[in-house]
Ligand binder design. Sequence first.
Ligand code: URA
Length: 419
Amino acid sequence: MNILEIISKKRDAKELSKQEIEFFIQEYTKGEIHDYQAAALVMAIYINGMNDREITDLTLAMAHSGEILDLSRFGKNIVDKHSTGGVGDKVSIILLPIIAALGIPVAKMSGRGLGFTGGTVDKMESIPGYRTNVDIDEFIKNVEKVGISMIGQTMNLAPADKKIYALRDSISCVENIPLIASSIMSKKIASGANKIVIDVTVGKGAFMKNKEDAQKLSEQMVKIGKLAGREVRCVMTPMDEPLGYAVGNSLEVIEAINFLKGDMPKDLKEVVLELGSNMIALAGKGKNIEENKVKILETIENGKAYDKLIQMVKNQGGDISYIKDTAKFKKSKYISAVVTEKTGIVKEINAEEIGKLACYLGAGRINKEDKIEENVGIILNKKVGDRVEKQDFLAYICANNKAKLVQAEQKILEIYKIM
Ligand code: URA
């Protein structure tokens, strides 16, 4: 068997065998297959697709490319959460401390930004000192000690996905059902949870642009879960405009902290409640979804979720003075308000365009080795449905580069559709 035969088979839209898929994953993980060959195969999968059997084989091969965590010491129902990605999506940073504060153990492995969407790991790293690069023993100890740990994808868990994820990001092969389903499910299988809630985002700022595709992706992940003995529940959430107001790493962390202090943007609150109530149900801690939502709100109101965030950050080396006083986060060099000349109602703020703009400012990566700038991005001041008057501020741009700032100001005026 050799990689050239495998690439040409998929290039010609033929079905790959289990052995061929396993060969590719094992050899690529070991570094025996070059990035350019893997890129060719991934592009061929993107264009020609995979059937259910191939997707399942790909998922399991990626899951078994490293260690499979055993979390059974934390009980029978270990619940995890994942999102298919969005713009302004800081839900994990808010929701997981809430879940942990309710006494449900949280062992969460997150990803970095992908395409125009942000990643929880990049966001968490904007908290000075916070370590996302934690080995498995410490990860488990942290969950035992404070009930929660949020880390990056360690070298040992689904390392094949880690490589392919970064590769896809740099060759424009992200929005694809077989690749997304296998990426998410391989990580979830490897990271040990037996109950998984997946936020399948749908809309202009999601990889799935319409409900039909989101439904297909959901079914695919549920099917893979069944085969792997995991209970998967998919919740579709809208992602046409950015979620909440902030887009950009430290900007989103600040919004998440403020949320846990009680300042909850409506759309973000809905997603947190929807996903959280399902997580609680899967954990066997309450069947009634509406009652679970009340529990979530109580955990915010009584400060327990915020306290849990502090505990987690402290335990992983983060400087909690930034959580207590978000004004300490380093500001970008330039912050400018974008003023409108129009009067009317905001009809559209295309989340993908905002996500791309945030990447252009430095919040995301164009090449897989790019360093991100944690303090750049966009803070919306007006959301869809808001009324605006001439001279109102639509949004604030946070940038470290003057030329980019000027370009971004112009772009925001184009992205906001006011009628
Ligand atoms: N999240 C993932 O983990 N993988 C994808 O491919 C997309 C979103």
